[in-house]
Ligand binder design. Sequence first.
Ligand code: NAD
Ligand code: G6P
Ligand code: MN
Length: 452
Amino acid sequence: MIITVVGGGSTFSPGIIKSIALREKDLQVTEIRMFDIDEERQYKVSVVVKYILDQMNSPIKLVVTTDKKIAYENSDFIFAQMRVGKYALRETDEKIPLKHGCVGQETCGCGGLAYGLRTIDPMVEVIDDVTKYANKNHWILNYSNPAAVVAEACRVLRPNARIINICDMPIAILEMISKCIDNAKEYTKFDVDYFGLNHFGWFTSIKYEGRDIMQEAKDYVKENKTLLPLPFIKNINSLNEEELDRHAAKSWIPTWASVYEMLELFPEYFPNTYLNYYLLSKESVEHSNPLHTRANEVMLSREKDLFDGVDHYLKTGEVLESAFYHGAHGNFIADLAVAIKNDTNDKFIVIVENKGMIPNIADDAMIEVNLKIGANGPVYEQREEIGLFYKGMMDQQLASEKLLVQGAIEKSYSKVLASFTMNKTVTSAKVAKNILDDMIIANKDFWPELKK
Ligand code: NAD
Ligand code: G6P
Ligand code: MN
């Protein structure tokens, strides 16, 4: 078994590869290949990866390459996690909409749409290269964001691709709930029901070993006005970045508080935190610092820590565990591969084509739901109709995402403008145009040229 990690230079590679190595027996993995287009960045990350494998006495062979044939030949699983345009463009995705008074976020609103327009062609290229070189029964498990747009583009442009698009946020929310409430401490033991789109969904049921804990989770949020655990709430001002969970760094704090605001307004289902950008757009803009966004925070923490850690190791031979993140993110993708490899039929929340599962949502919508995963991938399951509020929100967001993909394929300015305008985070069509025109300049090295 060979696993290729695309975007080998990602800050998440050490954590993901550690999760793979911990499942060496279940996956029968003999070789991991790191592939990236940035040779220098990937080499540095590979230094930490090699150290981790050595520390674990892992027999897995590590290959580090920028050559597609070497990366994909006979590969069985391809874990994709590219950030096209890197953090420099994430910064413009977040700051340009904020400059125009709209939500500035890497995967939601205009920022996510801009990131999507950069990522469609590189993702199609990965699929084509993998199809050419990899084992014919391969699976691409894709984390590369914006997962919703990537999923829709793959559906349209490469409908036969063996790809499952995934997100770690639902798992991160369950992990946070497990830290908040009693007697539910292992997030992997949660049994949930979930529906929506990527970064746009709701838990309809949350159980722990058969016990319904939805109300307990809602009560905790109501009492504490956030979904952060008590030690965080008590020490929030004295904790430094390293002591905080990855998803509880400073700019995430209003995000967790938004769960309270959203549940106060709409108590029926437990919302994905990302809904706050759509339901509380105005408040999200007010919480943001247009001159220092999450991209800046990540560059100064996760990215800096990792690359400082590499330099420290090269000088001293010592690796500090805090230099890299290992946790639910890597475990989720590695567990998904285990489920496919061993045909376990365990449930995972994945992004798939609706094909009638939600009867009152279009068949060709890319939805996010919990499904059994076996050797042939997701096992489709009929669901009930959803309420008009959820359907209305999803239909609007789907239209925005579909228009973007159509605009990318047709290189159409008006379709991309329609996509931006359709997005619930955008306050007017004129504002959409101003954001788009700034985005065209910022993305000139990545976007197709849009014809008016
Ligand atoms: P990062 O910038 O540290 O790493 C991304 C790597 O991708 C870089 O080394 C870059 O050189 C490489 N890359 C860019 N274009 C490429 C291409 N065409 N081919 C191969 N490699 C390419 O970013 P990060 O913060 O570590 O995140 C990595 C990715 O994972 C991002 O897309 C991020 O949005 C995504 N992510 C997704 C989820 C999810 O829930 N789906 C969760 C976390 C991270
Ligand atoms: C969550 C989301 C991802 C997103 C990440 C950003 O995990 O599910 O899709 O990429 O947050 O985290 P960051 O630490 O880079 O802001
Ligand atoms: Mn995600």
